[in-house]
Design a protein around this ligand. Structure first.
Ligand SMILES: CC(C)(COP(=O)(O)OP(=O)(O)OC[C@H]1O[C@@H](n2cnc3c(N)ncnc32)[C@H](O)[C@@H]1OP(=O)(O)O)[C@@H](O)C(=O)NCCC(=O)NCCS
Length: 186
């Protein structure tokens, strides 16, 4: 039984958000194998790596240079993943996020990235970078909620953004205030 507080989403469903570790490999493989193929392509910007390769990467994540956050439904199904990784102790880290298709548009992506940004800042990360298909409207809207875009643009159909995690701390705190505490269950 998880000791993490549950978070209630806009539609009343609950998730538990916590960092993933090597023991979560099975849940990750199951999630990838059942994910919507087009969502996976948008997440990896092409053919995704085999699920077992992702599980091996998860086992190597040290929670400091690379950190993987997961959201679980009450049945223990992994329904969202947000992660960052960086070189050495760099202040800039690349982020990636995916929410299961049947859990999208309920602010789960916002909750995951807000929590990821908080954990990143606590580890000395001050900027996220992200790249995505240029027509990926959901991620562009989602990134605006995490921090201030110091630069963003399009290059041959690929969108990119650099998100300053320090500039809009007040906004991020607002998200935490309006989403997480109000929705946390006892
Ligand atoms: C991007 C993604 C993680 C968003 O997750 P989500 O849980 O649906 O996000 P939220 O519900 O928190 O919504 C965040 C914002 O995106 C908007 N949004 C979400 N889905 C949308 C859609 N299909 N069309 C338009 N806007 C959308 C929301 O309206 C919200 O913006 P708003 O508050 O200004 O209205 C999800 O669409 C996804 O997993 N996509 C596939 C993987 C991917 O593209 N990853 C990005 C590359 S790393």
């Amino acid at each position: 039984m998880s000791t993490q507080p549950a978070v209630r989403l806009a539609d009343g469903r609950c998730v538990t958000v916590r960092p993933l570790c090597a023991d979560d490999a099975g849940a990750l493989i199951d999630a990838v194998e059942h994910e919507d193929p087009w969502d996976l392509r948008r997440r990896f910007m092409g053919t995704p790596p085999p699920a077992r390769t992702l599980a091996r990467q998860l086992a190597r994540a040290d929670g400091f240079h690379d950190l993987v956050l997961g959201a679980f439904d009450p049945d223990g199904r992994l329904v969202g993943v947000a992660q960052f990784d960086r070189l050495d102790d760099a202040a800039t880290a690349e982020l990636a996020v995916e929410v299961s298709h049947d859990w999208q548009r309920r602010r789960l992506g916002t909750i995951l990235l807000s929590e990821l940004a908080e954990l990143a800042r606590a580890r000395g990360v001050h900027e996220f970078t992200a790249s995505y298909y240029g027509d990926n409207v959901p991620i562009r809207r989602l990134l605006r909620k995490v921090g201030h875009a110091s630069s963003s643009g399009l290059d041959h159909g690929t969108g990119y953004a650099r998100i300053n995690l320090d500039a809009d701390v007040a906004d991020v705190a607002d998200i935490a205030a309006t989403v997480t505490p109000l929705c946390r269950l006892p």
